[in-house]
Design a protein around this ligand. Structure first.
Ligand code: FNR
Length: 183
């Protein structure tokens, strides 16, 4: 049985190291997870005066996330919180409240930065936000320091123990998605 997982990268940077980490995590994930990349960098700035139904990019976000039972967010940390582009997507997806797409999702959070505790603080904010919105966020933490040479030429993770750690994290996420999908 396959389970669809919405994949959101919290960076709109072309050479994003978090987009690279996301690709590596997808490669390490168990085979029953099928990832659906969700674009967020073309969403308008959230404005309650705008009709979400009138915005094609918002409709696409809601459809893509809404049909998935899981959500993987791989995000940088901006000023010890989450990037504005990611918060903007979360806000769009949360309204109107009864139709929020974040509710009852199995969620995993990961991220990387050049800094030693890179993304740990931002991830705490994200965990809180998605928890408030009714998601079930996987326990544990997956933040990694991206030093030069962290990724090999084919996009894999050079350090074996880091790779094993992230693989175990994705396996636990796969178990959570399965439980939340009730099959
Ligand atoms: C950063 N960066 C950063 N890094 C970090 O570890 N903690 C932080 O709080 C911040 N704050 C921050 C704010 C802003 C506005 C920018 C642009 C950057 C550095 C950040 O980790 C680095 O730019 C990464 O390359 C971002 O990830 P992506 O975009 O490459 O995936």
């Amino acid at each position: 049985e396959q389970h669809d997982v919405a994949l959101i990268v919290g960076s709109n940077r072309r050479e994003s190291i978090n987009a690279q980490l996301a690709r590596a995590l997808v490669a390490l994930a168990p085979a029953h997870l099928r990832f659906v990349p969700v674009q967020i960098d073309d969403l308008p700035m959230y404005n309650p005066d705008r009709d979400p139904e009138g915005e094609a990019a918002v409709r696409r976000l809601k459809t893509d996330v809404g049909r998935c039972s899981g959500l993987l967010v791989v995000t940088p940390e901006h000023n010890r919180s989450i990037p504005a582009v990611l918060k903007n997507a979360i806000d769009w997806g949360s309204k109107p409240m009864p139709a929020s797409v974040w509710r009852d999702k199995a969620v995993a959070i990961a991220g990387t930065s050049p800094g030693a505790i890179g993304t740990a603080v931002g991830q705490q904010h994200l965990r809180q936000i998605l928890g408030v919105l009714g998601g079930l966020v996987l326990g544990g933490e997956a933040y990694v320091q991206c030093k030069p040479g962290f990724f090999d030429a084919s996009g894999g993770i050079t350090d074996e123990s880091t790779e094993a750690f992230l693989q175990a994290y994705m396996e636990r996420f796969g178990d959570l998605v399965r439980k939340m999908a009730r099959n």
